[in-house]
Design a protein around this ligand. Structure first.
Ligand SMILES: CC(C)(COP(=O)(O)OP(=O)(O)OC[C@H]1O[C@@H](n2cnc3c(N)ncnc32)[C@H](O)[C@@H]1OP(=O)(O)O)[C@@H](O)C(=O)NCCC(=O)NCCS
Length: 324
């Protein structure tokens, strides 16, 4: 009987570079209060957002993905031919055929790439990062570009005050490649499919969410999953330099940080608050927060960084990474 040969991959993986982009149009809470019954004070106090960015009519998630992906490659010091796989996390596409990943890979210049979209809603980037790391470790890919790109304004009712104040548009990306020392820990992921009705597309058109139920789930169930990701990487809460939860609501982010500090995370752990000026950008929020924080000098190459994504599905995924 013939024996199949198996691909040989890298011992370990790491993030080699990151990048992100946002549309130009800034939308303030004041702007929103002119089209719906809300106030700047309410949004700041309940959600923590001061402003967010909305894409122009002719600006797509695909366009933003090309920009963020190209920036991540440049940050890694790589050219498109150094990458052979593109994973595009997205949950807001209005046209599933074709997918985004194939044309995005082509526009970036990654020819003949293995390319696919992945939908795990706001947990999409962490799912993609987990898959990318395993592809490189198994030898299926030499380097993988993972992009989270969303045009949420396509799927949000612009006058619904329970969603339109939260969601926004952006893209973030990371290049994953081989490393001598582990730079991406095991992914811990899962779903609570029995809670699917908490966030869904009502009539296939606009996002509906049971805000309070999602809030309760996120503030009670996500910190324990983040702790499991730490344990999977063989680390303690006190080892974490940076916490980047999905930027869903600043109060959710703060609740997760508080739970981790109760379990031993340090007071000087840097906690992402990118939502304040970016809104909730679903699968783009984690890589974009990392990019913004590093550019601002708040986090540094080598920092032990705990990522935790969560959202519709309900889905969640997290892992520890070393900041590139
Ligand atoms: C949606 C969310 C911001 C609502 O905040 P909340 O504190 O739960 O607010 P509630 O729904 O309890 O409403 C409280 C009051 O504010 C009002 N309200 C709701 N939205 C408002 C808004 N945008 N502006 C002003 N008032 C608002 C409500 O009508 C209610 O008024 P009442 O007390 O007179 O009945 C919050 O539940 C949330 O962020 N949930 C998580 C959502 C999330 O993260 N989704 C993405 C997952 S990836």
């Amino acid at each position: 009987m013939s024996t199949l040969r198996l691909a040989r991959g890298a011992q370990a993986t790491r993030i080699l570079g990151i990048g992100s982009t946002q549309p130009e149009q800034v939308v303030t809470n004041e702007d929103l209060s002119k089209v719906m019954d809300t106030t700047d004070q309410w949004i700041r106090e309940r959600v923590g957002i001061i402003e967010r960015r909305f894409a122009a009519k002719d600006e797509s998630a695909e366009d933003m993905a090309v920009v963020a992906g190209s920036k991540a490659l440049a940050d890694a010091g790589l050219s498109p031919s150094d990458v052979d796989t593109v994973i595009l996390a997205n949950c807001t596409s209005l046209t599933p055929i074709p997918n985004y990943a194939a044309p995005v890979a082509d526009r970036i210049g990654i020819k003949r790439a293995g390319a696919f979209d992945l939908n795990a809603a706001c947990a999409g980037f962490c799912y993609g990062l987990g898959v990318a790391s395993d592809l490189v470790r198994c030898g299926s890919s030499k380097r993988t570009l993972v992009i989270g790109s969303e045009k949420l304004t396509d799927v949000v009712d612009p006058v619904d005050r329970s969603t339109a104040i939260i969601f926004a548009d952006a893209a973030g990306a990371a290049v994953v490649g081989p490393a001598e020392e582990p730079g991406i820990g095991p992914v811990v992921w899962g779903t609570a499919g029995d809670l699917v009705d908490m966030i869904y597309m009502r009539d296939g058109k606009y996002i509906f969410q049971e805000g309070q139920s999602v809030f309760r789930w996120a503030t009670t169930q996500i910190a324990p999953i983040a702790l499991r990701a730490l344990e999977a990487a063989g680390l303690q809460p006190s080892d974490v330099d940076v916490l980047i939860p999905h930027q869903a609501n600043l109060r959710i982010v703060e609740a997760i940080a508080k739970r981790l500090r109760k379990q031993g995370a340090r007071d000087d752990m840097v906690v992402a608050d990118d939502i304040v000026y970016s809104g909730n950008t679903s699968s783009a929020s984690i890589p974009m927060a990392m990019d913004h924080m590093r550019a601002a000098g708040r986090i540094h190459s080598g920092d032990v960084t705990l990522l935790i994504g969560f959202g519709a599905g309900l889905s969640y995924a997290g892992q520890v990474v070393i900041c590139p």
